[in-house]
Design a protein around this ligand. Structure first.
Ligand code: F6P
Length: 319
């Protein structure tokens, strides 16, 4: 292995920069050239590639976003675009690839592996929606951001005696809502994985009010449905003045937490070491606090399981 390429694709996630730094530095330490591919798979298809050195990754471990930039590439998904990407790798003499991103990105890594390019995936997405790993890089930072927002919204909720619904990201996965809702002491958590009954949510709001609780925080995962419809129903059933906050892309930014920085650093190092050993077609993960690597085809077939026990804890503790 003489030259490896690295790219970040899809929605950015805090901790991507820490992983890039680890890949570049582990590569250079092992006398490997590291090529930075800009703007995700778009940059791969169009040859937006530059060699990286020790200083290109200085002062980035603590920064959110991705210094390589990102994209959601439609061109890479076409037969012609994919072939262009393979040709670009040959032209630049890249004989191994490290790809950082979520489900869609890792599916691209799987396709490249199947086409004979030794490729290693690093799971980076705030959504935590991959079944084969306990956590994805960026998730814990996003949860911290949401918990911080819940605290601030609770202050004003109490002052005005309102109900506040906070919509969080996660696509079809309710993990951000679940973890942040539990850590932030939300009264109700609504996720796509569990059935929900608006009457029960309303009952809880009224019961809280009756025993003198001034605030009422509902954390809703974006995959559930229209937050304004839910807000309307709550107002109709309870008469409580209700406000909606859609946290949006604030959840994707910010300095990564210690957990995300360390996981990203360990995974970045392991990715390069796997390529050196001649092992492509694998993806990294974390299980029971240990960094693992799995066959990428099998890994992506593992269905994400929702943590029902944690969800029950949230119900139990918010009576
Ligand atoms: O996958 C990460 C994510 O932030 C999702 O939670 C969200 O649904 C989506 O990306 C938003 O994508 P975009 O930034 O392209 O609007």
């Amino acid at each position: 292995m003489k030259t490896i390429g690295i790219l970040t694709s899809g929605g950015d996630a805090p901790g991507m920069n820490a992983a890039i730094r680890a890949v570049v530095r582990t590569g250079i330490y092992n006398n490997i050239r590291v090529m930075g591919i800009k703007q995700g798979y778009n940059g791969l298809v169009n040859g937006l590639i530059e060699e990286m050195n020790l200083s290109s990754v200085a002062d980035i471990i603590h920064r959110g976003g991705t210094m390589l930039r990102s994209s959601r590439s439609d061109e890479f998904l076409t037969k012609e675009g994919f072939q262009k990407a393979i040709n670009v790798l040959k032209v630049f003499g890249i004989d191994g690839l490290v790809v950082l991103g979520g489900d869609g990105t890792l599916r691209g890594a799987k396709a490249l592996s199947e086409a004979g390019i030794p490729t290693i995936g690093i799971p980076c997405t705030i959504d935590n929606d991959l079944g084969y790993t306990d956590y994805t890089i960026g998730f814990m930072t996003a949860v911290e951001t949401v918990v911080d927002a819940i605290g601030k919204i609770r202050d004003t909720s109490t002052s005005h005696g309102r109900a506040n619904i906070i919509e969080v990201m996660g696509r079809h996965c309710g993990d951000i809502a679940l973890y942040a809702g539990l850590a932030g002491g939300a009264e109700s958590i609504i996720v796509p994985e569990m059935p929900f009954d608006i009457e029960q949510v309303s009952r809880k709001a009224i019961q809280g009010r009756n025993r003198g609780k001034l605030h009422h925080i509902i954390v809703l995962a974006e995959g559930v449905g229209n937050v304004y419809d839910i807000s309307e129903s709550l107002i109709e059933q309870t008469g409580i003045d209700t406000r909606v906050t859609i946290l949006g892309h604030i959840q994707r930014g910010g300095s990564p937490t210690v957990f995300d920085r360390i996981t990203a650093s360990e995974m970045g190092r392991r990715a390069v070491e796997l390529l050196i050993k001649g092992e492509g077609g694998r993806t990294l993960g974390i299980k029971c606090n240990e960094i693992i690597d799995l066959d990428i085809i099998q890994a992506l077939d593992i269905k994400k399981e929702f943590n029902k026990e944690m969800f029950e804890t949230t119900i139990l503790l918010s009576i």
